[in-house]
Design a protein around this ligand. Sequence first.
Ligand SMILES: [Zn+2]
Length: 135
Amino acid sequence: MMLMNNKEKLRKAGLRPTKQRMIIANILLNGINRHFTAENLQNEINSSGNSMSIATIYNCLKKFRNCGLIKQVESSKETAIFDTNIDQHHHFLDEETGELIDIENEEINLFKLPEIPKGYMNSGVEVLIKLKRQN
Ligand SMILES: [Zn+2]
């Protein structure tokens, strides 16, 4: 398999590799699975000597998400959480810290699903198991 550089990854996803997208791609598309918010990313961008407004970062992340380069995690948190692991998988959520832990798809067995409403198809099921510390 040929390894693609980040510029090629963006092009293949249908995105023009602008300077800002490349800065974000170089942080996110390095093969390491992680969960992050736009604010997390902004801190990293700043500490790498670049700067970008939170609005620009959100725009980029939405584009990345829409092109399938990253995922957005459904969570009960107000802040959007993004995920570089784009394989089908599930999560534990530490409700106190907001930390997400990946659960492999095979670890979850769904016995029963409701009938899909007319005109729709199932485009994926994501399970979020909320964790609370025992005293
Ligand atoms: Zn994940």
